[in-house]
Design a protein around this ligand. Sequence first.
Ligand code: FAD
Length: 506
Amino acid sequence: GEALSKKFKELKGMGEKKKVVIVGGGLSGLACAKYLVDAGHEPIVLEGRDVLGGKVSAWKDKDGDWIETGLHIFFGAYPNMMNLFAELDIEDRLQWKVHKMIFAMQELPGEFTTFDFVKGIPAPLNFGLAILLNQKMLTLGEKLQTAPPLIPMLIEGQDFIDEQDELSVLDFMRKYGMPDRINEEVFISMAKALDFIDPDKLSMTVVLTAMNRFLNETDGLQMAFLDGNQPDRLCAPMVDHIKAGGGDVKLKQRVKEFVLNDDGSVKCLKMVSGEEIVADEYVSAVPVDIMKRMMPKQWGTMPFFHQIQELEGIPVINIHLWFDRKLKNVDHLCFSRSPLLSVYADMSTTCKEYYDEEKSMLELVFAPCSPLAGGKTNWIAKSNEEIVEATMKELERLFPLEIGPKSPDGVGAKLLKHAVVKTPRSVYAAIPGRNKYRPSQATPISNFTLAGDWTSQKFLGSMEGAVLAGKLAAEVVTDKAVYGAPTKGLKKIVPDVIAEARKLQE
Ligand code: FAD
């Protein structure tokens, strides 16, 4: 993280100053603009909506309560994100929680069990110890069966991890004789938290990547909540930095298409408004599904762009439930381990801006929400009322003493209101075999660069991945200005894609 940040400052003033138009004001587009300003360029971010942040966007409802696109957790093992917070001087906005993971117990409703990270024990031993110390989730035998298949990851590192991409989590477990209960106890909640999908759908590379990042750093798995809504508390300081450095960020600027020159390079951007925007360099920081839609015909048959057809976003639903009282809760993220839900948190306790001493506001991630993600029901197509009803049923089962008819007063906590935010296409579906299709930020088009959490970088579709991808895209543009070409070059494209693209060209 730090080395690349330094590079931008060192290259400032070298080469030609570029006017760079960035399509998309999510974290990736904003991070790209932030680092382009640091390198002395003039970025202009065009965001289609009237709010910044994309998947971290949020807005107020009529009562003044914030509605978020997603419950978001920051990890210690997010080096580029942590670096960004430090550079913007907003580190105090991260509310770090006690270093542990909290799981709801399915067999003991209302009870939790934890992985506790002991202070002073370095990674990866602290993780091993945290699992060993937990007596409730796995037997000693099961724990011992889990460790050996994971050892190559620690020794061989990234190569071993990348090789497992063709296997789902379940395939990997079967191949290495891991007990099924590990899946039920740990991997289901992990898969749903990492990619909103079930472990029979998720690539093992994703689980190993996460474990590897977390295992290599002592505080890697420590979690933080932002102290308030993301547009104000994280996006706004990025915008201030961009504007102070001579760049700009504009809302309600929806790009319709890339207009090309004869040689395939970008001539200008055509806006939905009909306006045309010309720049020296163009960066796309939109989600993969939108990039597929906006793809100029001429690019679509090039192997580099054709590979993107293999990627697609996964649906996810974020739910807010406001209750009439304070629920028994923990000041942390909880893994629900329930079939319908993934992680959740009581934001009235975990987040400063949403703090309320008397009433709870649960924010919950509903996953999997479609057959693509491993679910049986296509929840993403259901009404908000049906989704909330199903969520309340799950909560009654998980917390019978507080919610629903089994609670002492026969009614339980009353739901005052709810808000449901559906994202039909969120992070790319990390199903087996996808990693090889994630394109580099550098493209074969002379004045066009890709950003977005789905492009190739060693983090998954995440806030850290989005920031890193934006930073790498800024590096491509800066390298071109100074050296005439990107220093990292294009990522290799798999032969099958090249052959298919050839057929399309004929
Ligand atoms: P986006 O945020 O999707 O930004 C793309 C932007 O492009 C959007 O603002 C969009 O409006 C804009 N755009 C699209 N088309 C156009 C157009 N034609 N013209 C102009 N603008 C356009 N990550 C974590 O690290 N931790 C978490 O706990 C976590 N939880 C999550 C929970 C949920 C429910 C969701 C949905 C996501 C979660 N994520 C989490 C993932 C994280 O939010 C994303 O990986 C990240 O924010 C993606 O950033 P991005 O900039 O790549 O894309």
